[in-house]
Design a protein around this ligand. Structure first.
Ligand code: ADP
Ligand code: ADP
Length: 224
C-alpha cells in the first residue's frame, strides 16, 4: 500500500528553488530516511508533505488523498514533529497530550485511552503528571513524538528529531523511532548518515533541492 506519494514537488523562493522536482513514494510500515546537509531542502519538503507549506508545483497524496483537494482529510492521516516543536512547557504531559488529541480530532470518549497508549509507546507512562518544562530534552522529545502518534496516524514525519540531545537520549529516541515502523510509515529527516543507517529501511538523499539517491540502506553502506 502506498501511504505517501510526492509528485514533482517544487518550492521556489524568489528565483531559487529550495526544493526542485522531488518525486517519491512511501509504503505502509516503511521507515524512510530523508538525508541531506543543512539547507538541502529537507524542512521545506517536510512542510509540503504535511500541508504546512504550499508547493510552487507538484502534488502530495496521503493514502490516495490529495493534500490540495482535501487538506483536512489528508492531514488527519499524518503525525508531524517539526524541527522546533511547539511544546507548551507550562503544561503537564497529560494536559499537553490531551490537547494534542483534541486538536487531532480524537473523539472525546477515546482521548484518555489515546493519551495512555501514546505515553506507553513513548516510555512516558510515569511522566503524565510532570510539567514538560521540568523534563530533560530527551523526554521532551518523547512528548513531541507522543503528540505526533496520538491519533494513530498512517504516516509519521519527524524533522531532525535528535538535534541537541545527548548520546544516551539520541540512542533512546532512535530506538523509539525504529519501533514506530511497522505500525506507521515513517519519514525521518536528518543530516546524520549513521542515524539513517541505524533506523531506516530506505534512504533518499537530497542535495541542493534535488533527490540524488534513492535506495536501500545496504546499497548505501556498500558505496561508503
Ligand atoms: P534543510 O531543512 O535541509 O536545512 P530548508 O528546507 O530549511 O533546508 O531550506 C532549503 C533552502 O531554502 C535553504 O537555502 C533555505 O535558506 C531556503 N529557505 C527555506 N525557507 C525559506 C523561506 N521562507 N524564504 C526563503 N528561503 C527559504
Ligand atoms: P531548518 O533548519 O528547519 O531548515 P532554518 O533554520 O533554515 O530551518 O529556517 C528557520 C525558518 O526560517 C524556517 O521557517 C524557514 O522557512 C525560514 N527561512 C530559512 N531560510 C530563509 C531565508 N533565506 N529567507 C527567509 N526565511 C528563511
Amino acid at each position: 500500500t502506498i501511504t505517501v506519494e510526492a509528485s514533482e514537488l517544487t518550492r521556489q523562493y524568489g528565483s531559487r528553488a529550495a526544493v526542485n522536482d522531488v518525486s517519491f513514494t512511501l509504503s505502509k510500515g516503511e521507515v524512510l530516511g530523508f538525508l541531506g546537509p543543512n539547507g538541502a531542502g529537507k524542512s521545506t519538503t517536510m512542510k509540503m508533505l504535511t500541508g504546512n507549506l504550499a508547493p510552487s508545483n507538484g502534488s502530495v497524496k496521503i493514502c490516495g488523498i490529495d493534500m490540495m483537494e482535501r487538506p483536512k482529510d489528508a492531514k488527519a492521516l499524518i503525525g508531524y514533529l517539526p524541527e522546533q516543536p511547539p511544546l507548551y512547557r507550562e503544561l503537564t504531559v497529560d494536559e499537553f497530550l490531551t490537547i494534542a488529541a483534541r486538536l487531532h480530532r480524537v473523539s472525546p470518549q477515546h482521548i484518555k485511552k489515546a493519551v495512555d497508549v501514546a505515553k506507553q509507546r513513548c516510555g512516558l507512562t510515569e511522566m503524565g503528571k510532570r510539567l514538560i518544562e521540568n523534563l530533560s530534552k530527551g523526554y521532551q522529545q518523547r512528548v513531541g513524538i507522543a503528540q505526533a502518534i496520538i491519533h494513530n496516524p498512517m504516516v509519521v514525519i519527524l524533522d531532525e528529531p535528535t538535534v541537541g540531545l545527548d548520546p544516551i537520549q539520541i540512542r533512546d529516541i532512535r530506538a523509539l523511532i525504529k519501533e514506530l515502523g511497522g505500525e506507521h510509515s515513517v519519514i525521518l529527516s536528518t543530516h546524520i548518515l549513521p542515524e539513517v543507517e541505524m533506523v531506516c529501511d530506505r534512504v533518499q538523499i537530497i542535495h541542493k533541492g534535488s533527490l540524488v539517491f534513492n535506495g536501500g540502506i545496504d546499497v548505501l553502506k556498500q558505496q561508503r
